[in-house]
Write a protein that binds this ligand. Sequence first.
Ligand SMILES: [Zn+2]
Length: 98
Amino acid sequence: MMQKSDDSQIKRDFRLRQSRQLLAVAVALLGIVILALVHKRHDLFGEFPKSTIFGLQLVVIAVFAGFASVNWRCPSCKKYLGHDINRSICKKCGARLQ
Ligand SMILES: [Zn+2]
């Protein structure tokens, strides 16, 4: 009985983490694309030094990595889940995630 409610709790928590992760990936990619666009179209956005654009892209990546390292963890054992966004079983503790 206890095990069953734990399972659905883990799956719910995982789904939440997964949607947050997908959103973060989308936002990070969008940020990088927009920055690349700003760099390419200086007729539209004005002149930004390449180092500024590159620096901002690094910031976007760093913020994303920081967020992922907190968010993208197994709801059961709290270990990092790795690169597979559709992971169905935690490699570390074997919890069913979806
Ligand atoms: Zn786990």
